[in-house]
Design a protein around this ligand. Structure first.
Ligand code: C2O
Ligand code: CU
Length: 516
């Protein structure tokens, strides 16, 4: 009797063990399959030379794999190399940027090196005049391939710096030259677009300023301020503490804020009323003075602030660690004379800056009432699953993650409307379009009531939607992606493409090109 009880127990135990093993095995198969099927293919070609008139492709990578040896059903393919800047111009602004390791002054001894251009992060501020032909020689002294993307600048496609789309990543020891005409004045920035989440985070970025050919205002003091978080510590340019910019009472100051982080910061200026003069490099019409109004600056975005130094005391820029506040004591930027009393850290004001009602309206080529030739709705969301072989969060566009996201086809001359809808209940998504700037026409279905607003990066909070529109005037293969580069690295990318373009470059394991 004892013996049969014992063997009964044993039978139960072995059944439980078998069940557990089966469940683990099944989980292993699911995880393995997810990792395997979500892994990028070895070769992804973004060319559109074989696609003809198709719009809103959803079998994009498979279809377009053919494009390198296909001359196209509707005419001769346009090679990406033909989409380039003129060879020469009246004014040429020439620079060399060397990607190299460097130890930043505020890094701890054991912290390792930053990845920099020319030994600093931000790299050198490139300052050119509107209309200049900009020529930049990239030299790579790092041990990984890099590129340079000119964020916000409508460059010819071949100068866009997207690894696997417009070029191969520049290998260690190699050089590469970018050429583009700086058509629009304003504040822009540059960063690597090979493994951009990792490389921009490690410091491969800098500021590009295009001065207007005919300035409409005069600034006595003009300073770019790049925000970047290093191992949890926020820095403004190369400083994590308080820095001072010398300026005399009555002088006009322009601060060019550049958000190089993935998540937004709340920023304000204390001690003096200020104007938001430009967003993403594009002037706002008749901006009105703001007093300590909180500004939410999201990944990839730029804010130009202008103000006159007060007669007594110094103004100060304060920043919060996220989009909610409170403002921190440091890093801070004080603007004024040495010894002047510095405006103290303010409490976060109740009403944050709203560009949809700011400034004065003026006639604009694109409005909510324009006739749009084509409209694409892009829903933003996230889920849990696998992206490029890794389990974890997956950020989606139209329910798909890269490279399975649909390709948006546009034709030259079309007025294109993109309707971004953030359907997720968490996560802010700063959506960035390459090669074009867009006019914001509505927010949550409502037309803007203030100045026209032209951006290259639009930030959407959960539940928000924006319609943006632009003329398709720059043929090529262009990315649209979230500039929270972690999201981009986990699926939140798609392509906007003109028909009949071929590229010899590929994304994927065979080439080692991974734009995000
Ligand atoms: Cu600033 Cu595609 O990036
Ligand atoms: Cu995002």
């Amino acid at each position: 009797m004892n013996a049969s009880k014992k063997s009964g127990k044993r039978r139960v135990a072995s059944r439980v063990l078998l069940t557990i093993l089966c469940i683990l095995g099944a989980m292993g198969v699911v995880v393995g399959l997810g990792m395997w099927t979500s892994r990028y293919p070895d070769v992804i070609n973004m060319g559109t030379a074989c696609m003809g008139e198709m719009q809103h492709m959803d079998t994009m990578p498979q279809m377009s794999n053919m494009s390198t040896d296909c001359q196209g059903a509707s005419g001769v393919a346009i090679p990406i190399a033909s989409l380039h800047a003129p060879e020469t111009a009246a004014h040429i602004a020439e620079f060399t940027l060397t990607a190299q390791y460097a130890h930043l002054p505020f890094f701890a001894k054991d912290q390792g090196d930053a990845w920099t251009f020319n030994g600093t992060s931000p790299g050198p501020t490139l300052r050119v005049r509107q209309g200049d032909l900009v020529v930049v020689h990239l030299r790579n002294r790092l041990s990984a391939g890099v590129t340079i993307h000119w964020h916000g600048v409508a460059v010819p496609n071949v100068a866009d710096g997207v690894a696997g789309v417009t070029q191969d990543a520049v290998k260690p020891g190699e050089t590469y030259t970018y050429r583009f005409v700086a058509k629009d004045a304003g504040t822009y920035w540059y960063h690597s677009h090979q493994e951009s989440f990792e490389q921009t985070g490690h410091g491969l970025y800098g500021v590009l300023i295009v001065d207007p050919a005919k300035p409409s205002v005069h600034d006595d003091v003009d300073v770019p301020l790049a925000l970047h978080t290093w191992n949890g510590t926020l820095a403004v340019n190369m400083t994590t503490g308080r820095q001072r910019i010398e300026a005399k009472p009555g002088q006009w100051v322009r601060l060019r804020l550049v958000e190089t982080d993935n998540t937004p910061h709340l920023v304000t200026l204390a001690g003096v009323p200020f104007l938001v003069a430009a967003l993403d490099g594009h002037d706002l019409h008749e901006p009105t003075p703001l007093t300590k109004v909180p500004l939410v600056v999201d990944g990839g975005q730029r804010y130009d602030l202008r103000f006159q130094v007060p007669q007594s005391g110094a103004a100060a820029l304060y920043i919060a660690s996220d989009e909610n506040g409170p403002y921190q004591k440091t890093p801070a930027v004080v603007i004024g004379s040495e010894g002047a009393a510095v405006a103290p850290v303010p409490a976060v004001g109740p009403k944050e800056f709203d560009f949809t009602t700011y400034g004065q309206p003026k006639p604009d080529a694109i409005t909510a009432k324009s006739h749009f030739d084509v409209t694409y709705t892009i829903t933003l969301n996230y889920t849990f699953g696998f992206s490029n072989g890794r389990p974890g969060p997956v950020f989606t566009l139209d329910g798909q993650s890269f490279p399975n996201t649909p390709m948006l086809m546009v034709k030259e001359g079309q007025l294109v409307r993109l309707r971004f809808v953030n359907e997720g209940n968490a996560g802010i998504h700063p959506m960035h379009l390459h090669g074009h700037t867009f006019t914001v026409v509505t927010k949550n279905g409502r037309a803007l009531s203030g100045s026209p607003v032209r951006l290259d990066t639009i930030s959407l909070r959960p539940g928000e939607s924006y319609d943006v529109a632009f003329y398709a005037d720059n043929p090529g293969l262009w990315m649209i992606h979230c500039h929270n580069l972690y999201h981009a690295n986990h699926g939140m990318d798609m392509m906007l493409a003109y028909p009949n373009i071929s590229t010899p470059y590929n994304i994927g394991y065979a080439s080692g090109n991974f734009p995000d």
